[in-house]
Each structure stands twice: as structure tokens, then as C-alpha cells.
Design a protein around this ligand. Structure first.
Ligand SMILES: Cc1cc2nc3c(=O)[nH]c(=O)nc-3n(C[C@H](O)[C@H](O)[C@H](O)COP(=O)(O)OP(=O)(O)OC[C@H]3O[C@@H](n4cnc5c(N)ncnc54)[C@H](O)[C@@H]3O)c2cc1C
Ligand code: SF4
Length: 480
């Protein structure tokens, strides 16, 4: 089967010589495919046309070697496929699950352009790495030769964890500080378990801890230590704290009981899936069961909230967004998923007020229409005086996005320079902040972004930090 498909490959040189016979290859492929019940991974992989310019790789932030590992997968050489995908990513099975592939690799597949539907790259990536975990091919983290230097990383999200892994491989002592009780950042407490199973995140973290990375959890930089104190302790620091200041809706009733912040809601739900006691969930405050739920916002966080509310057994779930479907920031795939699950989208609508008795009862909604395009080219919403209506609501979830917290103030470091958006200002070549030896990566530099960009930044910043640490040793030797 797989051997037949191999004949369809065109154009590219075989970069991984395979010494097995065709029959052996087919046997290996079939055995593994049966064991992991991914009926179409091989079919999907063999649809790749191995085109001369791999647009999928170009548009993957990690520049993964996609056509090569698709070819290996189609040939049943899953271990090599895994090794190749692992060479450019610290968490391929996570990206395979939650990257918005329609905007990245798959959205740029030439087969998609020809109208035949993209190769489902993300699901193949997930499949090969899940197989690698199941087969024991995922190697333990091997620390490099001890450099005698120590690195402090603030934030255990994808950017911080990726940098931690690469810095440890280079032989540094690595300490990761996070204010949560579990590592993973938004992988753990933001993204819901139905998109990203929590054991998939935890096994990555366990592997890092087993490789000698020290995790200091429940440790808030700014409360438990200042940035300066950490700088005294470590040779270099990475700030990878993400963005957590929720944007507010300034309308009457926005503090009423039952009007809640998206992340509080998602954290409670994720904690429950870990089996934690969550009083605010058990009391019903952060549980959508039996309620009419209205989610405000059109991004991926809003999509996660509506889909979580459906799973909790809400009576109805509506999503209010001030632009139309074509102009919403969230992934179209997520919108379709939500619609299939029964979520109603109320386009071109914004809340004017939340009316509450003891708790919220209704959302007064103002109709919107789209005006002239703004500087970014998106048409700006404006009030449509012809449309006004009320929606019943026992729970309103505010999901309007996130801005950076005020880190210079929070960290007691007024010299830490920020941009006018509050993100950390870095030198874009060295990724160093205004403080020598203090680097930054991930959402705290980019603003709210994607997991795959966090991983890319973690990879890049570890290279820059490594160069800086080597130079530091030379300077110290010269001075001694
Ligand atoms: C609800 C939601 C769903 C999302 N879904 C997707 C998706 O499906 N696909 C996708 O690609 N992206 C998604 N994203 C975006 C993605 O999660 C982020 O872009 C990514 O996690 C950023 O990584 P990071 O490492 O920069 O920060 P984070 O993941 O935010 O991690 C930062 C860490 O720093 C810690 N921290 C912050 N301040 C301090 C402090 N003072 N002291 C100690 N620790 C601190 C935090 O506790 C956190 O653990 C989603 C975001 C949200 C909010
Ligand atoms: S990391 Fe994301 S963008 Fe890159 S190949 Fe994987 S799913 Fe596609």
C-alpha cells in the first residue's frame, strides 16, 4: 500500500536513503498505522506533491521540514519522520493540535490552491509525535557539558519552556519561575482540554524536569522576588511572562455578578479537568451548566469560551461580535466547529449595558455596521441606529483580548523599557531588553500571538542568550 503510493512522489531527491525492501516498508507502515489507529495519516502524507517551493514550510513559523516528514510518513518511516519534525520544534504534537493551520502551513499548501483541499499537515504532525511518545522514541533531555553558568527564566509558557530546553541542552543550569502552581502557561490554563489534552502538556514538562531543569512554581516575580534579585542570582534572565491584562468593556453593569473574565472562566474549567477543588466553579459562579451564556468577542479566546460553555451543559450559548464573520480575528475553522456544536453567532453587535437584578439578567445590544477601512485595512464598526435588542443572559463572559501587565512597575525595575503598547522593548537582533543580560520572548514582546511563535521565539532567544553568555565568560576571564 505505502510502497505503491511512493511511486506517486515527484520532483524531490530522496534525502533519507531507506534500505528496506518495498514489502518491509509496507509491513512497517501498516503495523504502526493499525496500532495507532490514524486511518488517514498515510493517505494524507502521500497527497503531498513534494512541490519545488514548499510554501507550507515557508509559512510555518518554525520552518518545519514538512514535505520531508510527510514523505517519510507516507513510506511508513515514522521514527525518522518524528526525528525530523522534532529537530525544529520542541513540541510538535502540541502545534499539530492547536496551530491555526488554515492561516499557516495548510493555508499555503499548493494542493489547497488547486482547489483539492490541503494536506492535513497538523494532524500528521500530531500523529507522528504521539506515535513517538507511545513507542518510546522521545529521548530524555540530555544536558550538555556543564558551563558553570546559570539562567533564570520567568514564565513557563511555550516561549519559556522552549528556551529552557535549549539552554539546558547547551549545559547551563536552568531555573524556571512561574506564578502558577503548574507549568505550561496558556497551554495548561488557557487552551481548553478538548483542543489540547492536559496530559500531553504535562509529559513535556515532566521530561524537562527529569532533564534537570528546576521549576519554581507558585513563584511570582514582583512579589516573591524582584527582577534585580533574580539578576544577582543568574548569569542571564529571560522574561517570557505573556500578556494577561484583560481588556475591559466600559458599559454600565460590567462589574455585575455573573459578568466574568474569560481567563477566570477558562482557568476554572481547566483546573477542574486536573481534578482540583475550585470553589467558584462548584458554587456555579464559573460554571455555565443550565445557563443562558453570552460571550463577547470574536477571537480565539471567545471561541474557547463558547465551546467550553457548550460542553458544560449551557442552555444556550451566543457569541456577540461587533464586526461580521469575514472580519473576525478568530480562526474560521473554530467558528465552524462552534456553529456545529450549536453556538449562535450574533454578528455586527456590541453590548450597551448589562442589566442585573442580583445577578446579570440581560444584555442590551446595539447593532453595528461596517464603515470605512481603518489603518490596518479592516473596516471599522460603527453604530447602526436602526438595530437595538436585548438578549437574556445568566452568564456573560468578557473575551476582548489581553494587554501586557506593567512589568517595569510590577518587577520593581523602572529601567526596563517598554513600547507604547506596554510590550517589552527588545533589540530585534539580540532579543535583549534595555537591561544587560535580560532577554525577552513570546507574547510579552509580540503582544497576544500564537503558541508556535512562542516556540520560535524561545528557540531564537536561546541562541542569542548563548552567544551573550559565551562572551560574558571571555570578558570575565580577561578581567581576572
Ligand atoms: C484562551 C486562549 C486560547 C488560545 N488558543 C490558542 C490556540 O489554539 N493556538 C495557538 O497557537 N495559540 C493560542 N493562544 C495563544 C497562545 O496561548 C499564546 O500566544 C502563547 O501561550 C504565548 O506563550 P508565552 O510563553 O509567551 O506566554 P504564556 O503561555 O502566557 O506563559 C507565560 C507564563 O508566565 C507566567 N507569569 C506571568 N507573569 C509572571 C510573574 N510576574 N512571575 C512569574 N510568572 C509569571 C504565567 O503564569 C504563564 O505561565 C490562546 C490564548 C488564549 C488566552
Ligand atoms: S508548527 Fe504549526 S504551522 Fe508549523 S507545520 Fe506544525 S502545524 Fe503547521
Amino acid at each position: 500500500m505505502a510502497a505503491d503510493r511512493m511511486l506517486q512522489f515527484v520532483g524531490r531527491e530522496q534525502s533519507y536513503p531507506d534500505k528496506r525492501s518495498a514489502a518491509e516498508r509496507a509491513r512497517d507502515f501498516n503495523e504502526i498505522a493499525e496500532r495507532y489507529a490514524a486511518p488517514d495519516a498515510d493517505e494524507q502524507a502521500s497527497r503531498c506533491s513534494q512541490c519545488g517551493v514548499p510554501y507550507c514550510s515557508v509559512h510555518c513559523p518554525l520552518h518545519n521540514h514538512i514535505p520531508d516528514w510527510l514523505r517519510l510518513t507516507a513510506e511508513g518511516r515514522l521514527r525518522e519522520a518524528y526525528e525530523l519534525s522534532n529537530a525544529t520544534s520542541t513540541m510538535p504534537e502540541i502545534c499539530g493540535r492547536i496551530c491555526p493551520q488554515d492561516r499557516l502551513c495548510e493555508g499555503n499548501c499548493v494542493i489547497e490552491f488547486s482547489g483539492h483541499g490541503a494536506v492535513t499537515i497538523g494532524s500528521v504532525e500530531k500523529y507522528i509525535t504521539d506515535t513517538a511518545w507511545a513507542e518510546g522514541w522521545v529521548e530524555p533531555l540530555q544536558p550538555g557539558r556543564d558551563t558553570g553558568q546559570s539562567v533564570g527564566i520567568i514564565g513557563a509558557g511555550p516561549a519559556g519552556l522552549t528556551a529552557a530546553e535549549y539552554m539546558r541542552v547547551q549545559g547551563h543550569e536552568v531555573h524556571v519561575y512561574d506564578r502558577h502552581d503548574r507549568a505550561g502557561g496558556l497551554l495548561t490554563y488557557g487552551i481548553p482540554g478538548f483542543k489540547l489534552e492536559k496530559d500531553v502538556v504535562m509529559r513535556r514538562i515532566d521530561r524537562l524536569a527529569a532533564g534537570g531543569i528546576h521549576f519554581h512554581l507558585g513563584f511570582e516575580v514582583g512579589g516573591d522576588a524582584t527582577l534585580d534579585q533574580l539578576r544577582q542570582k543568574h548569569d542571564a534572565i529571560l522574561i517570557a511572562t505573556g500578556v494577561y491584562k484583560a481588556r475591559e468593556i466600559n458599559v454600565p453593569g460590567n462589574q455585575a455578578e455573573g459578568v466574568i473574565a474569560a481567563l477566570d472562566y477558562l482557568i476554572a474549567s481547566n483546573r477542574k479537568s486536573f481534578g482540583d477543588e475550585v470553589a467558584a466553579f462548584d458554587s456555579g459562579q464559573l460554571n455555565a451548566e443550565g445557563k443562558h451564556v453570552v460571550v463577547i468577542g470574536g477571537g480565539d479566546t471567545a471561541m474557547d469560551c463558547v465551546r467550553t460553555a457548550v460542553r458544560q451543559g449551557a442552555k444556550s450559548v451566543k457569541c456577540l461580535y461587533r464586526r461580521d464573520r469575514e472580519n473576525m480575528p478568530g480562526s474560521q475553522r473554530e467558528v465552524s466547529n462552534a456553529e456545529e456544536e450549536g453556538v449562535e453567532f450574533v454578528w455586527l453587535s456590541a453590548p450597551e449595558a448589562f442589566t442585573a437584578d442580583k445577578t446579570v439578567k440581560e444584555v442590551a445590544v446595539a447593532g453595528m455596521r461596517l464603515g470605512a477601512p481603518d489603518a490596518s485595512g479592516r473596516r471599522s464598526p460603527e453604530l447602526d441606529p436602526e438595530r437595538k435588542f436585548d438578549l437574556p443572559a445568566d452568564m456573560v463572559i468578557k473575551a476582548l483580548g489581553f494587554d501586557p501587565e506593567e512589568l517595569p512597575h510590577l518587577f520593581g525595575s523602572p529601567d526596563l523599557s517598554v513600547t507604547r503598547w506596554g510590550t517589552l522593548r527588545v533589540d530585534h537582533q539580540t532579543m535583549m531588553t534595555s537591561l544587560p543580560g535580560v532577554f525577552a520572548a513570546g507574547d510579552i514582546v509580540r503582544g497576544a500571538s500564537l503558541v508556535v511563535w512562542g516556540i520560535r521565539d524561545g528557540r531564537d532567544v536561546s541562541e542569542q542568550m548563548s552567544k551573550w553568555l559565551k562572551a560574558k565568560v571571555k570578558i570575565e576571564k580577561r578581567a581576572a
